[in-house]
Design a protein around this ligand. Structure first.
Ligand code: SF4
Ligand code: SF4
Length: 211
């Protein structure tokens, strides 16, 4: 267990002066807001770390799942929205499953990710953030996610193509796409979902979020 965030006195010292001033006494406000919007009882967390131990990608995260929950309790919104954690999370729900206090860690991280996507904060994992945004855009135009359209839209975003070339994974992506096409696993067209109106309504509600 990391005392730096479990002990409130140490936690206050850890927080940078500038950020602390910005957040001020809004810690409770952020906690209450998160609990109200997600229905998750974040206050029930007692930092046992079982969520982090169960998480398959926690070692790639700058803020571990149990720490993210502690940050919410402390109102450290900025740190959370700037973290790699919210983009690394696979939404696999292992953390939630293993929590002895039924704290829905996955829901909290999903909510933070949406908050970050609608804020002006520059995401730490830019390409993942762009992918997330593109996924939502494709979803709201047809009510379904067609992988071919999704990848097309993703590669059309500024800098993504250049970045994939730089990382040396463009050829890998193309070969994978061709293999999937050949095996009939990649559809060029997908009909619109009949629930498109409902999906658009839900999407516009989430866009109305004030961060
Ligand atoms: S498993 Fe539950 S109680 Fe334990 S640290 Fe994670 S969220 Fe908190
Ligand atoms: S949902 Fe996210 S945080 Fe939870 S175990 Fe899976 S990857 Fe880790």
């Amino acid at each position: 267990m990391q005392n730096i965030i479990s002990d409130p006195d140490q936690a206050r010292k850890h927080d940078s002066g500038k950020e602390r001033k910005l957040i001020g006494d809004r810690g409770d406000y952020f906690l209450n807001r998160m609990q109200g919007e997600t229905g998750v009882n974040v206050s029930a967390c007692y930092q046992c770390e079982r969520c982090t131990n169960a998480c398959p990608v926690s070692h790639f995260m700058d803020i571990k799942p149990h720490q993210a929950i502690r940050y919410v309790q402390l109102g450290w919104r900025e740190d959370l929205l700037k973290s790699s954690t919210i983009w690394m999370c696979l939404s696999c729900e292992m953390c939630t499953t293993y929590c002895p206090n039924e704290v829905d860690v996955t829901e909290i991280i999903n909510h933070l990710r949406n908050m970050a996507a609608h804020s002006s904060i520059t995401p730490k994992e830019k390409s993942l953030a762009v992918f997330h945004q593109t996924f939502l855009e494709v979803l709201q135009t047809s009510g379904r996610v067609n992988e071919f359209r999704l990848m097309n839209a993703y590669y059309s975003k500024p800098d993504i193509l250049k970045e994939r070339v730089k990382q040396g994974i463009l050829i890998e992506d193309l070969l994978l796409g061709m293999t999937l096409l050949r095996k009939g696993r990649l559809k060029l067209f997908t009909p619109k979902s009949r629930a498109i109106k409902e999906i658009k309504r839900v999407y516009s509600q989430t866009r109305g979020e004030i961060v």
